[in-house]
Design a protein around this ligand. Structure first.
Ligand code: ZN
Length: 369
């Protein structure tokens, strides 16, 4: 294998697909991201306009907020209440929530006195679907939960006639473009169905799944908008943690998206070992370019062999994963050794998604929507 080349300004490297460098050794990922931050600065001026529009909405709720128990979503909820909004709060319980996440959610919901809707995923269905994805050797096992979360959020918004989903997605802590070899499109119902048809053992009856065309319907018929709410503020992850700790006794996680034990194991063990992907370079580079940490601090973090604060925690998660999935250590080792099969080896909506995405961008540019 060729030696990795690392960007001279962030810590993205040649494990990211489509990366290239200019004459100073700076990569396209951080150059594009910087442009995005500049554009997003204008967003802040629109906050009051946006709030006025939201507050005009009649009904019990004027927005919907998905709460995972992580920093971004907890801070989104805090801000929404501070600004006088009336959110319906939605949480997905998929059986993998860490205790920390559970506590964070309880503390916030209680103190802010908001309505919480918890959608409990049927574990036997979800486990069978996860096992199908493992057997299929596709990269994005998180596609299952992300898709279900999107499905539940949009369908609840439609049910309660809520027009705005305020999400913790934001430019400052996750705005750098995801390299195409690090995940898959999240609305690929056809892909999910084909994989569970080929590898699944049980009939899926209750699992929520959203397709690209469902999304189109929610956007253009129900007129529901997905709003990256934190982009209206000068969002700083470290300041947010401090505030949440002081106000809600919030317990932060060592790494991004570690509120779920599976996500932790997936990002910290499966992705690097089976797929050669270390998502830390993306998360840290984003924080470098948005000036929340330095490149040297990031390089130091990357010296650790994996995104786990200790070997002990990795071993604990591994045992937990094996027990919960009903796997032996050999099963895991065999899975890790098998080569990756691309998602579009199976049936997929990627082509239609890409076409519709281009059309949607055009519509936005032309200000039809
Ligand atoms: Zn870079």
């Amino acid at each position: 294998m060729n030696k990795k080349i690392v960007c001279s300004r962030c810590v993205m490297d040649t494990t990211a697909k489509n990366i290239h460098f200019n004459s100073q050794g700076i990569c396209n990922y951080c150059i594009d991201f910087e442009k995005k931050i500049e554009l997003q600065k204008k967003n802040k001026d629109y906050l009051n306009k946006f709030l006025d529009k939201l507050k005009l909405k009649k009904g019990t709720y004027n927005c919907l907020i998905g709460l995972s128990g992580g920093i971004d979503s907890c801070y989104t909820l805090h801000k929404a209440i501070e600004l006088g909004l009336k959110p319906l709060v939605v949480h997905m319980d998929n059986g993998w929530n860490s205790e920390l996440a559970q506590n964070n959610i309880e503390n916030l919901v209680k103190k802010l006195n908001v309505d919480l809707y918890t959608h409990v995923i049927d574990w036997s269905e979800y486990r069978d679907m996860m096992n199908s994805f493992f057997k299929a050797d596709v990269l994005d096992v998180e596609l299952l939960m992300d898709n279900a979360m999107l499905s539940v959020n949009y369908s609840l918004a439609a049910k309660y006639n809520i027009k705005y989903i305020l999400a913790g997605t934001n430019t400052n802590s996750e705005g750098m473009a995801m390299p195409p070899n690090m995940n898959w499109i999240k609305y690929d119902k056809r892909n999910i169905i084909d994989i569970i048809k080929k590898f699944g053992n049980i009939k899926i009856k209750t699992y929520p799944i959203i397709s690209t065309l469902d999304l189109v319907k929610y956007i253009f018929i129900n007129r529901i908008r997905w709003v990256s709410f934190l982009d209206y503020f000068n969002y700083n992850k470290y300041q947010a943690i401090k505030l949440l700790k002081d106000k809600y006794n919030f317990k932060p996680y060592p790494y991004k998206h570690y509120e779920s034990v599976f996500t932790r194991f997936y990002q910290g063990y499966i992705l690097p070992n089976k797929f050669g992907i270390d998502k830390r370079i993306l998360h840290l580079s984003t924080l470098i370019i948005s000036k929340q940490i330095t490149r040297n601090e990031s390089l130091k973090e990357l010296e650790a062999p994996h995104a786990y604060p200790s070997e002990e925690m990795l071993e604990n998660d591994k045992s937990y994963f094996l027990k919960k999935m009903g796997w032996s250590t050999d099963n895991l080792d065999e899975y890790i050794k098998r080569p990756e099969i691309p998602h579009d080896f199976y049936r997929s909506e990627i082509k239609i998604y890409n076409i519709l995405f281009k059309v949607y961008k055009l519509i936005k540019v032309l200000k039809f929507y």
